[in-house]
Ligand binder design. Sequence first.
Ligand code: NAD
Length: 490
Amino acid sequence: MAVNGLSNLETRHFINNEFVESSAKETITIRSPYDDSIVGTIPVADEHVVDAAVSAARKAYETGPWCTFTSAQRAKCMLKLADLIEQKTDELAKLEAASMGQPVAVAKGAIIPTCVASIRYYAGYADKIAGESYKEEDGFYKIVQYEPIGVCAGIAAWNATLVFVAWKIAPALAAGNTFVFKASEKSPFGPLVVAPFFKEAGFPPGVVNFISGGGSTGALLAAHMDIDKISFTGSGMTGRKIQDAAIKSNMKKVTLELGGKSPSIIFADAELENALKNNAEGLLLNSGQLCAAATRVFVHSSIAPTFIEGLKARFEAASSTMGDDPAVPTTALGPLADKKQLDRVTSYLESGKTESGAELVTGGGQIGEKGCFVQPTIFLNPKSDAKILREEIFGPVLTIRSFETEDEAVELANDTSYGLSAAIYTASMSRALRVATKLKVGTLAINASYFPDAQTPFGGYKQSGTGRESGKAGLEAYLQAKTIKINMGV
Ligand code: NAD
């Protein structure tokens, strides 16, 4: 298949280190959110395809050459894989632009480098998975060793597909697991380009398998009796279904990376230009389609008018640049991922304008008639139960409210069912750390918008998920402890 000038693109499932035909007839067509043209079609993996992928991963885990690989061999394959992905950066970026409208500048500047860095980071961990021992004091010498979990699966969202490939598959491989990955049906092509790199990098057949499909394929994975662990990135609604399916099937271990409604608190002593720059760029990167985006802004009343004017100007400047092809290297802001996402975001804009009690400061509508572009939008002072304040929108939309005291800012920031991320802007580091400790969030930036990195854990408090990806915690999520006790009296 050819995608926007990229020829010979494979769209079949990748199982046992080969692209294979699908038994199922169902397909999903992906349309460009820039011009609505057809980008390509993927087969939907049915029960038979899912079973084939899982049994390939099981065989590779139990009896394949993979179980004899030393940790150094695993690391060597992973480092080669990272190089191969890095070399294909241009093509991968074009595919993200074509399928879900992510500007190539964003894919090349942030997403693919984060993917590559994460794979290299976990390659470094492969031969450093140590255990513990306890000398005899109660008749037993004790050993704790950390072992892989087995056959793991990953189901991903579409907004940073290759980051999810790395965050899920790389720690699993470093720990010695095998994997079945399903990308989002909105951005399925990048992982299919990456799939044969696993073979080229030296991973034996069955170690990593890629299948395509939508919710029905994801549900088959979540309910599968032979998958030992599943890691999911996506909405809270789907996350609940996955947790439920895991409990009702084989109690597979579950990591959930879900949505957010993250606060940004700007104190009166904050460096204003820095706060404006980060609140604007942090939200608008990927057109607001970032789980950690700070969408609830709380600003001290003494600087609120100046801050709101400044942010409005930046949003309007950004809006005036939107509408360009995300495949063009100079395009900074792309469309939303597809028509469904456009409908979702515009319905929140309508709710904001008609029932939230908020003042529309700027934006509030679609840009042009072609493509899925939405104006960067600010709502001021929504009611405390407004949908635009309570629910994740996943578009370039934020709310602003002012506060008087530090305690009030903390209370407002924590008044949400989510807890993924936060940002604090202040010149006082003691205040920043005091507030950071009180915020119920898994990740937080001081005087910056939050962006994940390879070394530190990423994940949420409350309904933003369970478990962590990235960092050492992301590796531990693919290991299980085994305790061995030796009777020293025998
Ligand atoms: P989604 O829940 O609609 O879909 C995510 C994935 O789940 C897709 O691959 C989809 O095919 C699959 N799926 C759908 N129904 C399923 C089912 N019943 N069983 C199993 N799988 C199923 O989410 P989305 O629209 O793709 O992504 C946006 C959401 O992802 C937002 O809420 C965003 O905040 C969240 N997100 C979270 C993180 C994080 O790391 N915390 C990162 C990015 C995105």
